[in-house]
Write a protein that binds this ligand. Structure first.
Ligand code: PMP
Length: 423
């Protein structure tokens, strides 16, 4: 049993539950002050792709702190940002010629939506609607919430949300209904500005996967109707689904791409929205009367950019995709074993991510299971945070087979012991 959790003192986060206090972290492990430790099996909300405090990333941060801490990114620039923009252009799809910096996944999405709406407005043919997929999650700012699923996150703000049209999630066997719904939404006048999707895997909505052929078809429908295609790869990017971008698996290149989380290897907050040249062109003019009006104080912070450059160096100089493929195999083996348990339903894996649903007890319900499981895992030295009754494992790429065994044996224990009072 681990150190007893403490209460947040003055921060306004979470549901008011006691929480562990972490002092340091390394690789896949979080360490508390008294020597207790937790295995971070969800990469601290899907960000620490290469593990905590990766030596190359930490060294780059330390070096940058000696040179330049912060700089207004309007009318001025610095080497880490220029290097990062060039580095991203070198490894991302070549039609995504422009890099716009911000500082979180939500703002990367907010920027993408503003770019899409601004694009049509600037062309003199305003469009206001965005097509979104059921069960999606894109962040917590107003625009990002608008394109997410309706629920606890956004219902209080319903009257303020953007105009969206929802298409169904392409569940296995029902993909055509999704494609037809998108086609119908695109035919309606005035046409929608854009479709935004999480490619191949809806994360916070329940780790719901769909096929590359469907993603390709959705992109093709958008292209046919000249509706912009926005890929939110905030979660799926940086190798999570087995390739650098999930879109690659469908041979799809979006008009606008959102990246964050693993962009700095998870060390510092930074995001980019990459856009095709035509989106850039509709926002700027050579006489300098037009621009894309969006900036914030910490845009392209030099230290965060240095961390991202170190992440890019890891990607280009080390066999990251091989590591990812090996992790995928380890996950598949353990998922196959745990799937034999009668409480495991719909086991699924894509790349480094494994997930399954917990079957409800007969005549019972599972509403309370998520927090209960989270507490159970925390007390057994694991950071694992199920989405309702969906358990998923998304560890950093440095995790070992033995460490994964710890994760799955705790899951097995939970499946055996947690259900008596849930009937
Ligand atoms: N888009 C997706 C697909 C996400 O998974 C998330 C975060 N879970 C976001 C956007 C929002 O990112 P952030 O929490 O950094 O604002």
């Amino acid at each position: 049993m681990n150190q007893s959790p403490v209460w947040h003192a003055f921060t306004q986060h979470g549901l008011g539950e006691p929480v562990p206090l972490i002092e340091r972290a390394e690789g896949a492990w979080l360490h508390g002050a008294d020597g207790s430790r937790w295995l971070d099996a969800i990469s601290s909300w899907w960000v620490t792709t290469h593990g905590h405090c990766h030596p190359r990333i930490m060294a780059a941060i330390r070096a940058q702190t000696e040179r330049l801490d912060q700089l207004i990114f309007a009318g001025w620039t610095h080497q880490p940002a220029e290097d990062l923009a060039r580095g991203l252009r070198a490894i991302m799809p070549e039609t995504l010629t422009r890099v716009f910096f911000s500082d979180s996944g939500s703002t990367a999405v907010e920027v993408a939506l503003k770019m899409a709406l601004g694009h049509w407005a600037n062309l003199g043919t305003p469009r206001h609607r965005i097509v979104v997929m059921e069960h999606s999650y894109h962040g917590d700012t107003i625009g990002a919430m608008s394109v997410g699923a309706r629920g606890v996150f956004n219902q209080a703000y319903a009257p303020l949300l953007f105009d969206v049209v929802r298409i169904p999630f392409p569940a296995a066997g029902a993909e055509q209904a999704t494609i037809d719904a998108l086609d119908a939404a695109c035919r309606e006048a005035p046409a929608p500005a854009a479709l935004i999707v999480e490619p191949l895997l809806l994360g916070a909505g329940g780790m719901l996967g769909y096929g590359a052929a469907t993603l390709a078809e959705l992109a093709a429908v958008c292209a046919r109707h000249d509706v912009l295609f926005i890929a939110d790869e905030v979660m799926t990017g940086w190798g999570r689904t087995g390739t650098l971008l999930a879109c690659e698996q469908a041979g799809v290149v979006p008009d606008i791409l959102c990246l964050s989380k693993g962009l700095t290897g998870g060390a510092l907050p930074l995001a980019v929205t990459m856009a095709a040249e035509r989106i850039f062109e509709s926002h700027y003019s050579t006489d300098r009367t037009k621009t894309f009006f969006h900036s914030s104080s910490y845009t392209a912070n030099p230290i965060a950019c240095a961390a991202a450059n170190a992440n890019l160096a890891i990607w280009t100089e080390e066999p990251v995709l091989e590591r990812i493929s090996a992790l995928g195999t380890m996950q598949a083996e353990r998922l196959a074993d745990i799937s034999l348990h009668p409480r495991v339903e719909a086991p699924r894996r894509i790349g480094t991510i494994a997930a399954f649903d917990i079957a409800a007890p007969e005549g019972g319900y599972l509403a309370a299971i998520g927090p209960k499981l989270t507490a159970f895992f925390r007390d057994r030295g694991l950071l694992l945070r199920p989405l309702g009754s969906t358990v998923y494992v998304m560890p950093p790429y440095c995790v070992t087979g033995d460490e994964l065994d710890l994760v799955y044996s705790a899951i097995g224990e939970a499946l055996e012991s947690l259900f008596d009072d849930l009937q």
